[in-house]
Ligand binder design. Structure first.
Ligand code: DGJ
Length: 751
């Protein structure tokens, strides 16, 4: 997978999806050469002509060679001060106050498998699944080294990159920018894709022409955030869901990040990914090392679905861990939208009884069970059950669920502290704060200083004290504000700007300790919905609550947006009541159910208050989901129609089971329209030579298998070859209702 061509000084990283090549120029500089479809061998057919470019300086060693400048070559790693004026990989301040070092190639090592990154979540692989190249760059004055890591996976269309910065000299260094990745493309003929949003409106796709100058996706919130996701893609302009070249970048990090593109004077494009330097500095003493988080790069020549499937496969096989990595997830009911803070033992017992009757498998007790928390003003940090509310304690609620054969889950928000809490009264300095100015509040709460070991220990112990009863099968781990005044009472001035990154490292350490101690517990991360839906959190917790917006129509966009990077098995998706609590929309139960079936299915409503007819419908939906669950959660996901494209009025999702024998095809139309063309749905990824039977069809708002009189339903029981289903496709009936949802189930019957 990884070779070094001694004659041409070229590293060639290759699998059956791509080749990635870079060379060692003049024995010193790493120049990017090629990234795209696999090459037999890289020989340099597009050798760059030597051109003397004005205002592009020569490094000191090449004073008389006016055609050589670091400003005009594609670099794998860029430093300050030697004539490359683009965004650098590194900004390091020396004791003399300057920020210029000179890092030259020193050597390389190729390893089987993939070494772990100390203290950081990252993809993992066994020795026969991947190979890792480590290239060392060393400062010519011996001050520091940078070790660039590249891992290629045998069966996946992804490559990972990270850097380890080491202080090898005698003076203290201050890192003010320590990027994980620098990658230069020879042109800028790209669309730039990113995912933006806000609370309850996460991950809308933005696709714009890549512009000259610098464009940044990122934030300084101390979290991967609802506002900008740590994802970026560059796609050739005609790229669509099923064709075209695309390069996707996903950052395995949960704090402030920066993903920048820079199109410079000659039209080339630099991509820089790393911790956001606006929010970071790190003091590196002699002998110390700093490990950056990892970037996952997915290359696909078969469009945006190709990129997404490469991410999905890599994350399912090399990121998620533990008992639930490849296991279907339980169908849950969560009491948040059912009761908010207003519940007692009796109400929860009624919910459990009803849940069991409907076929639900897990009951989750959300916020409000601890301290004296009657609203969101108090008690975060006091993880002791409120016995006035729950007379039988947590044991009682857990027992009521367990005795009915349900699993029991519990909500925590362990990184937070309320001003009105025993914890704050005992340890006011445990909240992130600055000495001279008042702290900023958000949802009436402050953030615990997880950069401190004693605070990490408190969090681990208080959560484990509850989990050790053995009564908790599932944990929802919430995080409901971003970091302000992010400084630490436990740190000297020169280390204060490390606090935000140390907070993230502290969180990872806490999560590792807790999740490894309770391997049978299913953990779901949450941050006011999907405010920390990132690959790093998925390393510890294999699913995330996708959004606080539970409206089915909003969820079509939020879940489709999320699917550009993350597979359905990672997305919490629940049916809620109408009018919807976030947007007031009234949608049919079947549309709500079909939208929620895209992920880890559940209910977020007072199921005890449903009519008998509604309960019957819910039972049928749950039975249907249980049947399709392995296909949806463990199969391959394909977007056929995206709500971010065209009229933005239609969405179609296709799920293909692992053995490729079952297909679930969902189609949604938001608003009905007069006089529109009949929608043709062309399937994708089928075996053209295999025959598929239309096993079931669920027309809008009915679980009936019968024809809806349109012709489409009469196809049930008929068989078609894969080529026809992909080229000709299926027609959707004329729709005369808003918020319509349809489902076809196909079975491969012969090859
Ligand atoms: C935000 C979460 O996203 C909600 O689902 C719920 O758990 C609330 N927090 C509880 O405060």
């Amino acid at each position: 997978m990884i070779t070094f061509d001694e004659k041409r000084n070229v590293f060639h990283l290759k699998n059956d999806r791509f080749s990635y090549c870079f060379s060692v120029e003049r024995g010193k500089y790493l120049l990017h050469q090629y990234f795209g479809r696999p090459l037999r061998e890289f020989r340099g057919s597009a050798e760059r002509p030597a051109v003397d470019r004005g205002f592009s300086p020569q490094p000191g060693a090449y004073e008389n060679e006016r055609t050589f400048s670091l400003d005009v070559v594609p670099q794998e790693f860029a430093t300050n001060g030697h004539g490359d004026f683009r965004i650098p990989s590194l900004d390091v301040v020396l004791e003399n106050g300057t920020n210029v070092v000179e890092l030259w190639y020193e050597g390389y090592e190729i390893k089987k498998g993939k070494p772990a990154l100390e203290g950081l979540p990252a993809l993992y692989a066994s020795d026969d699944e991947a190979e890792t190249l480590e290239v060392t760059l060393a400062d010519t004055k011996g001050r520091m080294k940078a070790i660039l890591s590249y891992t290629v996976f045998a069966g996946d269309g992804v490559l990972t990159r990270s850097v380890r910065y080491m202080n090898t000299g005698k003076e203290t260094l201050r890192l003010e920018n320590a990027a994980s990745l620098c990658l230069d493309f020879p042109d800028h003929d790209f669309d730039r894709l990113s995912l933006y949003g806000g609370h309850a409106a996460e991950r809308s796709l933005e696709r714009i022409r890549l512009m000259r100058g610098t464009m940044v996706t990122g934030n300084t919130r101390g979290a991967s955030s609802h506002q900008q996701s740590p994802f970026l893609a560059l796609a050739r302009p005609k790229t669509d869901e099923l064709s075209g070249d695309v390069y996707g970048f996903s950052f395995i990090y949960s704090g402030s990040f920066r993903m920048a593109t820079e199109v410079e004077q000659f039209g080339t494009t630099r991509v820089i990914v790393g911790i956001n330097p606006d929010d970071f500095a790190w003091t590196l003493a002699p002998g110390d090392a700093f490990q950056t988080p990892e970037v996952v790069i997915a290359y696909a020549h078969d469009g945006l679905n190709g990129m997404s499937q490469a991410f999905h496969q890599a994350y399912r096989n090399h990121l998620l861990r533990g008992k639930y990595q490849h296991a279907v997830r339980p169908i849950l009911v969560n009491n948040w939208e059912a009761t908010y803070f207003d519940f007692d033992d009796k109400k929860l017992d009624d919910l459990a009884a009803c849940a069991k009757d409907l076929g639900i498998e897990l009951m989750v007790l959300d916020d409000g069970w601890f301290g004296h928390r009657e609203d969101d003003n108090s008690s975060l940090g006091d993880w002791k059950v409120n016995r006035e509310k729950l007379k039988g304690g947590l044991e009682g609620v857990a027992e009521s669920a367990h005795k009915r054969g349900l699993k029991f889950g519990l909500w925590f928000e362990p990184e937070m502290i309320s001003k009105d809490s025993d914890l704050y009264r005992a340890h006011p300095d445990w909240a992130l704060h600055v000495p001279d100015y008042p702290s900023s509040f958000s949802r009436h709460q402050l953030v615990l200083d997880l950069s401190r070991k004693e605070v990490q220990d408190y969090v681990v112990n208080s959560v484990c004290d509850i989990l050790k009863s053995g009564a908790i099968d599932y944990v929802k781990w919430d995080f409901n504000r971003h970091l302000t005044e992010a400084f630490s009472a436990g740190r000297t001035p020169e280390h204060q700007r490390e606090t935000k990154h140390r907070f993230v490292l502290g969180l990872y350490s806490v999560l590792e300790r807790i999740t490894q101690s309770y391997p049978d517990v299913l953990f779901e991360s949450c941050s006011g919905g999907g405010g920390r839906f990132d690959a790093a959190m998925l390393y510890y917790m294999p699913q995330t609550w996708t959004s606080d917006d539970t409206d089915a129509i909003c969820r079509l966009s939020i879940q489709t947006g999320t699917s550009y990077v993350f597979p359905p098995i990672t997305m919490g998706a629940h049916v809620s009541v109408t009018p919807n609590h976030q947007v007031g929309r009234v949608t049919p139960m079947q549309t709500r159910a079909f939208a929620a079936m895209m992920g880890c299915y559940g209910y977020e409503m007072d199921i005890t208050r449903m009519s008998d007819a509604e309960k019957q419908q819910v039972k049928e939906h749950i039975a249907l989901y249980k049947r399709l669950r392995p296909t949806i959660q463990l199969g391959t996901f394909t977007r056929l129609l995206s709500p971010f494209e065209g009229t933005k009025n239609e969405t179609a999702w296709m799920f293909t089971s692992e053995d490729a024998k079952e297909i679930a095809l969902f189609y949604f139309k938001t608003l009905s329209e007069p006089c529109t063309p009949i929608r043709r749905l062309r399937l994708a990824g089928l075996d053209p030579d295999a025959a598929y039977k239309i096993a079931a069809y669920y027309p809008a708002q009915s679980l009936s298998h019968d024809s809806d009189g349109s012709g489409t339903g009469t196809l049930v029981g008929r068989t078609f070859y894969g080529d026809e289903l992909m080229q000709e496709g299926l027609n959707v009936t004329k729709i005369n209702t808003d918020f319509a949802a349809y489902l076809w189930v196909l079975e491969k019957v012969m090859k």
